[in-house]
Design a protein around this ligand. Structure first.
Ligand SMILES: [Zn+2]
Length: 279
């Protein structure tokens, strides 16, 4: 980035234009039409889309009601109504049954008591280094067939690509020698180039998929492993998102939190538990 001395900052509007410009993903839009570019992408389409989602969230009107960290995340263990938050004495946050089916009589619980139990749930996903390595190896092993499939597909695509390159050269020679009419050369040349562009696209997809099989598994594992550490550094809204992502069926009964882990985190939690028991 370059700056003028009179204006040594990135303008908000400049930053906005950069972050909303699809050009950096390798594609572009010209006069309202979408084109696949030939330039090298510097960010992925999914990252671009994530950024657009953030803009949409920011532009949404802010809620005026106080957001309680755990409101709406849990149901009452007695009657099944939702648990809501409330401020008492101007500073203490309590949670209680919304009593949607009449007064169910469950206690008011301090936020700290619930927060501690949610944190415990995340701590239980922390794997030992040895177990983490074992699972990573198993993941790679279990996907070796897919990896082989992609590799052979990539080979086929590359050989077709080479064939097309040779054909383009050959028809060009034919055109120069007057063996084929200009019109035919033009049509064939376009046709081959179009197919080559498609192959380039497929090659990119296969490389990505190959990477994804193992990487997405490893990513989930690391996510689980770091969940507790990440959690404490996040905003309340992000913490809610994390809890929603990892847990389901959360209920609160007489101050005790119950929950189940969503798949595949249930398996990770089982693995951690098993390792602790078997030492
Ligand atoms: Zn209740």
């Amino acid at each position: 980035m370059r700056f003028r001395p009179s204006q040594p900052k990135v303008l908000r509007s400049t930053l906005y234009n950069i972050l909303t410009n699809i050009f950096y993903t390798g594609d572009f839009i010209l006069k309202g039409t979408f084109y696949k570019g030939k330039h090298e992408p510097i960010i992925s389409l999914s990252l671009f889309e994530k950024a657009q989602q953030v803009f949409q969230q920011v532009n949404r009107p802010k809620k005026t009601k106080k957001d309680f960290a755990f409101a709406g995340l849990m149901l009452c263990g007695h009657c099944g109504c939702s648990i809501t938050g409330q401020i008492q004495k101007g500073k203490y946050i309590y949670y209680h049954c919304s009593n949607g089916k009449g007064n169910c009589g469950d206690k008011y619980i301090r936020e700290e008591v619930i927060a501690e139990q949610f944190e415990d749930a995340l701590k239980k996903l922390k794997l030992s280094k040895a177990l983490l390595l074992d699972i990573k190896d198993a993941l790679k092993e279990s996907h070796s067939d897919e990896i082989k499939f992609h590799a052979s597909r990539v080979q086929d695509l590359q050989s077709r690509y080479n064939t097309l390159t040779k054909r383009i050269d050959a028809i060009y020679e034919d055109k120069l020698d007057g063996k084929i009419p200009e019109e035919l050369w033009f049509r064939k040349n376009e046709e081959y180039k179009k197919e080559m562009a498609q192959i380039e696209d497929s090659l990119r997809q296969h490389t990505k998929a190959n990477f994804n099989y193992v990487e997405s598994g490893v990513y989930l594992l690391e996510l689980a492993n770091n969940a507790h550490q990440c959690y404490s550094q996040r905003s309340i809204m992000e913490q809610r998102q994390m809890l929603n992502f990892l847990l389901s069926n959360c209920t609160l009964k007489a101050g005790k939190l119950d929950y189940i882990y969503k798949t595949p985190f249930d398996m990770i939690a089982e693995g951690v538990k098993f390792e602790k028991v078997s030492g």
